[in-house]
Write a protein that binds this ligand. Structure first.
Ligand code: MG
Length: 211
């Protein structure tokens, strides 16, 4: 099983933990009938969820939704990181998909139970190659050549700095941790046979086929 992500220098970096923020874009929180939270909240995906391939193999008989997100790679250990110094802890930026079993997640939410099994099936944490530059242009997801999600990091409720500062005040961060930083609106189901493309500005950076 692959535990590594790759950067644009061709280096493989072992992943330690996968953290994800919830409800971090107003329009997405609204589309799922939620308010934005007063402080950030996070959930985790397990390591077997990591997917750096060009394939999504859908689990049988489950409806899986795409959530396009900027993903940051933590490059050194740290705890209680001040918001002014978070940049020195980031070693790369990628695009990813926080794949979600939405029906199961809704059932778990209603039962006030953890989301883990709706969020962390095999291959559910898709990540592209990491680049060293921040992702400042609009980023997007196309499904079968049609733009389904488009966002800009400036629309986040909690910035990447705020997320790292808050998370590291509660849990020490480790070199190799990934943080999925939230999805803009437009989430929806993917189906076997779909072609997905993730991009930044004019540039396509990762493609996937859904099996
Ligand atoms: Mg998400």
């Amino acid at each position: 099983m692959n535990h590594n992500v790759q950067n644009d220098q061709g280096n493989l970096i072992p992943v330690r933990n996968i953290y994800c923020i919830g409800r971090n874009y107003r329009a997405h929180a609204a589309e799922l009938n939620h308010d934005v939270p007063d402080s950030p909240f996070f959930f985790q995906k397990s390591i077997p969820a990591l997917n750096t391939s060009n394939e999504i193999i859908l689990p049988e008989n489950r409806e899986i939704h795409h959530e396009l997100e900027i993903v940051v790679l933590i490059g050194k250990n740290g705890e209680k990181i001040s918001a002014s110094s978070t940049d020195t802890f980031i070693s790369g930026y990628a695009l990813g998909l926080d794949l979600t079993d939405r029906i199961y997640q809704t059932q778990l939410k209603e039962a006030k139970l953890p989301w883990l099994l709706a969020k962390s099936f095999k291959g559910s944490a898709v990540v592209s190659t990491f680049q060293s530059e921040k992702i400042q242009k609009d980023y997007w997801l196309k499904v079968n050549d049609e733009v389904r999600q488009k966002g800009n990091g400036s629309q986040m409720v909690f910035s990447i700095s705020q997320q790292i500062s808050f998370l590291s005040s509660m849990i020490p961060l480790m070199s190799g941790d990934l943080i999925f930083t939230g999805t803009p609106s437009g989430v929806g189901p993917i189906h076997s046979g779909d072609s997905l493309e993730l991009g930044i500005g004019e540039r396509s950076i990762h493609s996937l086929s859904v099996k």
